[in-house]
Each structure stands twice: as C-alpha cells, then as structure tokens.
Design a protein around this ligand. Structure first.
Ligand code: FEO
Length: 170
C-alpha cells in the first residue's frame, strides 16, 4: 500500500525522537565519565547505540515503503544531574515520553489503515515495556544503595558489563 504523506511525516518525527534519545544518552555518558562512574558511562553508551538502531528501524521502514526519510534538527540534550539516581529518574521520564509517542503513532497507523506500520510498531510497543522496566529496575537499585559507596561501586561494575545488543536485569 502507498505510504500516506501524513504517516511519513509522523515516522520522520519519530526518527528525530529516537536520534534525540540517542543524543541524550550520549550526553549522559559524558556526564557519568565526569563523575568517575565509568560503568554507568558505558551503559549509556550502549543505550546510545540501541537508540540509533531504533531510529534506523524507522528509517529503513520508510525506504522499504518507497518513502523519504528526512533528518531533522536535534535538540541539545539537557543533562545536569549530580547523582546516578537523578540521571535514572530522567531516563525513566524520557522513556515514558517515548512510550506515549509510540502509542500515538500506533493510533495514527490504525486510523490511516497502515497495516505494515502497525506490525512494525508491535515490536516498539514491546520494546518500550522493556525500556521502562529496565530504567525502573536500575532506579530501584539506586534507591537501595543510596549513600552507600560500596553499593554504588558494585552497581557501576555491573552496568559496565553490559554488551551491545543485550538487555540486562539489575
Ligand atoms: Fe527508542 Fe529508549 O526508546
């Protein structure tokens, strides 16, 4: 089926949102390096790669449908956290925002009867459940170890072991 201009524009907006997520997590990686939390910095760098892959899934979808990906300007990430806990509060909030966007895009795909986009979005709907779950788990761990240096050190090592393309339980 032909790709409707309205659907293409919404997918292009989501490509921007996924690249902005990547940009945010790369900025967070730099901030964690400055805080000497190298495991957290590594985790954020893997997250940056993952978000780039998300953007490319939408990018490839447009190409395969005979559409035109448009790379839009990215907002400067606002990263000012002082603690890992603050960072993961921001991550959770950001992922909830992305979940909302994915659900709105799904609504549009339904309204416009774009079945291929609905199928693609099933993957993203599941992925967002996982994204929020992981952010919540790390935040829970951070709340447990708050004020405890060795606990934070252990968590930093654990997150530092994350491999690209791999989800993790904390
Ligand atoms: Fe692409 Fe973290 O959502």
């Amino acid at each position: 089926m032909t790709l409707k201009p309205k659907v293409q524009e919404a997918v292009n907006e989501q490509i921007r949102a996924e690249f902005e997520s990547a940009y945010l997590y790369l900025a967070m990686s730099a901030r964690f390096e400055a805080l000497n939390l190298r495991g957290f910095a590594h985790w954020m760098r893997v997250q940056w790669q993952e978000e780039t892959q998300h953007a490319l899934k939408f990018f490839d979808f447009l190409i395969r449908r005979g559409g035109t990906p448009e790379l839009k300007a990215l907002a400067k990430p606002e990263v000012t956290f002082e603690t890992a806990r603050e960072a993961f509060e921001q991550v959770l909030e950001h992922e909830r925002y992305i979940t909302g966007r994915i659900h709105e895009l799904y609504e549009l795909a339904r309204k416009e009867h774009d079945y291929p986009l609905q199928t693609l979005l099933h993957w993203f709907i599941d992925e967002q459940v996982e994204e929020e779950e992981v952010a919540q788990e790390i935040l829970d761990s951070l709340q447990l170890v708050e004020g405890d240096g060795p606990g934070l050190f252990m968590l930093d090592r654990e997150l530092g072991a994350r491999k690209a393309g791999e989800e993790e339980d904390v």
